[in-house]
Design a protein around this ligand. Structure first.
Ligand SMILES: Nc1ncnc2c1ncn2[C@@H]1O[C@H](COP(=O)(O)OP(=O)(O)OP(=O)(O)O)[C@@H](O)[C@H]1O
Ligand SMILES: [Mg+2]
Length: 382
């Protein structure tokens, strides 16, 4: 599966809207679908932060390993990928790590951040992630991730790699994390790995119900009226049978939102697709990329992992994942199952269409099958 931009993350917009916002959702649907037929075709590109000129003022944050003396600048002298104003040498130097010519190439970096392999003076392999403050949002996301690694990790046992070093300037934040193995693609995930991810998320949510404040939702709540939603959704759902799928989902829109917001809230990862999972040497799963972390409906992370994987994976042990998650989170599985189904449908309708151009036909076919199963599941749970 091609990587989708991480901005396809758990938008609070689809989780929080109350039914009173759109009392006549179903009645406006047909109008929306009709209008959509003539309006499909525009597909916004995901926003990318622009590079800013670099300034010299720096502010050291976090603490690298004691052995991390400043190392010589990288011989390359090149800029960080997609960040012309930021030099690799400066970033590595600020973190006290060296370039690692034999580090495996890392995927990702579509959010406007860049990742590269490096090594500490003591020989520990690390991943360096540099995020520029190109836009207010990218700056906010970068700070949020740093907060997770420097503050939250002290309060909650997070399933995240150890922070080795961090550095912040007025234009960028860089973190160095202990380097693990990226998880395999969704199609190669075993039932045991799915089970482990479910338990990991359940424990994360059970242990972080009380967190709030600075990890509030990233965006103000804004939701499209159902007729606009139909137009938007047809950017992706414009093939055979899609009108019926959309009609079924949109006519249940209020109940879907209610089913999501009825469940408990907690601190959530917010971008929990399998590309953001890494494996330690003993096979333990950890989550990276905490830039979208926020307080929101707990089931969001599981719903997102299942929905993103549906575009690529042959079969996902969905029922077992939900059972394992519910047990680990300490919540009743029937209610969790209904909420996850609702949230998956909302992700398909309210979020995926924005990224239609990133999806190949096979992936859309996978999502379409998932859509049908979710609609059946939803109907059975009324
Ligand atoms: N500590 C780590 N160990 C091993 N691999 C890592 C580590 N941190 C990140 N990676 C790899 O680098 C990729 C990109 O990192 P990350 O997701 O944090 O950056 P990103 O810019 O937000 O990526 P994207 O925008 O594609 O989601 C991850 O998908 C993962 O494969
Ligand atoms: Mg990522």
């Amino acid at each position: 599966m091609r990587a989708l931009p991480p901005s396809l993350s758990l938008s609070p917009a689809c989780c929080v809207r109350g039914s009173q916002d759109h009392p006549s959702a179903s009645s406006r649907l047909s109008v929306g679908l009709r209008a959509a037929r003539s309006a499909v075709g525009t597909n916004p590109s995901p926003a990318r932060p622009s590079a800013q000129p670099r300034r010299a003022t720096t502010d050291r944050v976090g603490a690298p390993d004691a052995e991390n003396a400043r190392c010589p600048p990288s011989p390359t002298g090149s800029s960080v990928a997609a960040m012309p104003g930021i030099s690799v040498a400066e970033v590595l130097d600020a973190l006290g790590v060296h370039a690692d010519p034999v580090a495996p190439a890392l995927t990702g970096g579509m959010s406007g951040s860049s990742v590269l392999g490096a090594v500490t003076p003591g020989g520990e392999p690390v991943v360096v992630k540099v995020s520029s403050f190109g836009t207010p949002e990218s700056s906010h996301r970068a700070r949020r991730e740093l907060d997770v690694y420097t503050e939250l990790l002290l309060r909650v046992p997070l399933p995240a790699p150890r922070l080795v070093a961090a550095h912040r300037t007025e234009e960028w934040i860089a973190i160095a994390l202990e380097r693990h193995r990226p998880a395999p693609p969704a199609s190669e995930w075993t039932s045991a790995q799915w089970h482990d991810l479910a338990v990991l998320l359940g424990k994360l949510h059970a242990g972080s119900r009380e967190l709030a404040g600075r990890f509030a939702p990233l965006h103000a709540v804004s939701s499209r009226p159902v007729d606009e939603l139909a137009v938007f959704a047809q950017q992706l759902w414009n093939g055979e049978g899609d009108d019926a799928r959309l009609e079924a989902a949109c006519s249940a829109l209020d109940r879907l939102h209610d089913a999501v917001s009825d469940g408990p809230a907690s601190f959530v990862h917010g971008d929990s697709h399998l590309g953001n999972v890494v494996l330690t040497t003993d096979g333990t799963l950890l989550l990276v990329d905490w830039q979208s972390a926020h307080v929101g409906p707990s089931i969001g992370d599981v719903a997102f992992a299942l929905t993103r994987a549906a575009a690529a994976a042959g079969s996902i042990p969905r029922d077992q994942v939900i059972e394992a998650y519910s047990a680990a989170a300490g919540t009743a599985s029937a209610a969790v199952h209904r909420s996850i189904t609702a949230q998956q449908l909302l992700i398909l309708v309210e979020q995926y269409p924005e990224f239609a151009t990133f999806l190949g036909p096979g992936e859309v076919a996978g999502l379409r099958s998932a859509f049908d199963l979710l609609l059946e599941d939803w109907a059975e749970r009324q």
